[in-house]
Design a protein around this ligand. Sequence first.
Ligand SMILES: Cc1cc2nc3c(=O)[nH]c(=O)nc-3n(C[C@H](O)[C@H](O)[C@H](O)COP(=O)(O)O)c2cc1C
Length: 333
Amino acid sequence: MKGRQGFWARLRRPIRALAPMEDVTDTVFRRVVASTFPPDVYFTEFVSCDGLCSAGHDAVAHRLDYTEEERPIVAQIWGTSPERFYRAAGMIRALGFDGIDINMGCPVKKIVRNGACAALIDDPPLAAELVDAAREGAAPLPVSVKTRIGFREKKTEEWAAFLLDLQPALLTVHGRTARDMSDVPADWNEVRKVVELRNAMGSRTIILGNGDVVENRQLEEFPSRYGVDGVMVGRGVFHDLFIFRRSDSGDPSPPFADLPSCEKLSLYRRHIALHREAWGNEKNFNVVKKFAKTYVSGFSGAAKLRTELMEACGYEEMLTILASAASEQSAIN
Ligand SMILES: Cc1cc2nc3c(=O)[nH]c(=O)nc-3n(C[C@H](O)[C@H](O)[C@H](O)COP(=O)(O)O)c2cc1C
């Protein structure tokens, strides 16, 4: 059904969402975040509908692994075939997800060359077909769209009006064009235009703004400044793993940077151990090194420790290095 909002309608406002991030927001990272200061909603990494509907199914299906701690959880899909969107949406519904999100924002060349993701901004008829197909396959789950404000040039209002007419449950607006990649600051005034348009159209679509939210206080400030119903945080979670902490509940917790170093290292160990348990040899273990800067920063000896970790050859070696660093640090702390 068009416009069905499902769980989105029940979330408190302003909504705080953890962005989908390839090779970052898998079930392991989402669980780490859930165990500290959880957002209101999680997204999977983007999942190819072609992959899901082909012999290569198993190679992408792990992206749909999740646990109950990560609810509400939305599966993000991408592709160009309405028929595969329909089938993939059915699979995702059967897996118990809370919603489905369609990627219309990824600017990666080899993807947009084939007409998928951000390329859909210049192909509205196909974008509409994909939304319809996902909605049909996913029913009664709510279907949302994540997009940018143009492909080469900004065409925020034209594109947003088209999408809003399709009545997605929710629209996430990343305030950059595809050509911008991540090289220029996100333009939140363009995000505001989408909200104004939504209001003028009398549309019920919920709007999240996305781009460059790096501080906890912006989770409250941006909704009141730009009118969005909530904010989606991507890289900001690397700057502050505790970015979703709530101050309105009198929460005394400091940003992650203020934690004693041994506690930072202990959380990194937990992350790595979870990764080993969840993925074993299935995923390249080096992925966990991406998080070194997040956990191993802001104390004396951090840079040297990160170099040691980068040279580690497996989970065990990383865990051992971190255990001995943590005991040194706890003597200091
Ligand atoms: C490592 C990485 C992977 C990403 N993967 C996805 C993805 O799978 N799906 C998606 O819609 N956006 C993806 N993005 C884009 C983010 O969701 C977000 O829109 C972008 O980073 C801007 O928000 P930020 O400034 O809060 O990071 C990715 C971004 C990064 C940095």
